[in-house]
Design a protein around this ligand. Structure first.
Ligand code: ADP
Ligand code: ADP
Length: 225
């Protein structure tokens, strides 16, 4: 069944003569358990779409429904709560806090959202770092980790609240081939085992081929699947 549906999605930036229409009536559906690559030339609107699906920005018009909720009608506070509970993010650059350990990086966002750090959160953080193959690096500072390891910490952090959807914007864009394939392999494993839905923008054909679906954005609309 559909986890995410967007219909006739339009996003414009700027006003008047400077107005650029980036998404031009885009339709897309993600099913529960999808592992989908988001493809398209640079500037085609992939980041814009991921930002909207992540509820970090509202579309100019159109519908965005996730888990049966019409998010285009939600207020900011409701959106923040929805995002914290249901959506995880992975970016091209890991955005880890450099002076904190791998484990702290994984559990801090949840601790901040909940206003305290619970033993349960700590346990889940440890399990997740074990899950991404970093049990032996939990107490290493982020700066002492390799690029691939940092991105695996970022994946563990994204999974902390057991999100139904993880949006990943070029998650392997900054990695060498071997680390990129390791990170993609890990994402595929998590998708398989936890049924977490992933939408991953990428320019990398091998990464796209490792996904179950390929969704292409051309001229502000989805064209193929
Ligand atoms: P992609 O991720 O496919 O490269 P983006 O969604 O980043 O595409 O960008 C699509 C278009 O929207 C580009 O032309 C970009 O310059 C423009 N754009 C993106 N963000 C903004 C913004 N905040 N203000 C103005 N234009 C933007
Ligand atoms: P990657 O996913 O980046 O390939 P690996 O876990 O395969 O990372 O790391 C390869 C080896 O190099 C591991 O033993 C890892 O702990 C070690 N390593 C990489 N960078 C560092 C570092 N900055 N400090 C300590 N050990 C490191």
């Amino acid at each position: 069944s559909a986890l995410v549906t967007v219909r006739d999605l339009v996003k414009t930036y700027g006003e008047g003569e400077a107005e650029t229409r980036v998404l031009k009536g885009l339709d897309m559906e993600l099913a529960e358990g999808d592992l989908a690559a988001l493809l398209g030339p640079s500037g085609s609107g992939k980041s814009t779409l991921l930002t909207i699906l992540g509820t970090l920005m509202q579309p100019t018009s159109g519908q965005h429904i996730m888990l049966g909720e019409d998010l285009t009608r939600a207020r900011d506070a409701a959106l923040t709560e929805f995002r914290n509970r249901h959506i995880g993010f992975v970016f091209q650059f890991h955005h880890l806090l450099p002076d904190f350990t791998a484990l702290e990086n994984v559990i801090f966002p949840t601790a901040i959202a909940e206003g305290r750090e619970t033993a349960g959160a700590r346990r889940r953080g440890e399990q997740l770092l074990d899950r991404v193959g970093l049990a032996h690096r939990m107490d290493f500072r982020a700066t002492a980790l390799s690029g691939g390891q940092k991105q695996r910490v970022a994946i563990a952090r994204a999974l902390m609240n057991q999100p139904e959807l993880v949006v990943a914007d070029e998650p392997t864009g900054n990695l060498d081939r071997e680390s990129a394939e390791q990170v993609m392999g890990l994402i595929a494993e998590i998708n398989e085992q936890e049924k977490t839905t992933f939408l991953i923008s990428t320019h990398d054909e091998k990464i796209a081929a490792a996904c179950k679906r390929q969704i292409k954005v051309v001229d502000g609309k989805t064209v193929s699947d």
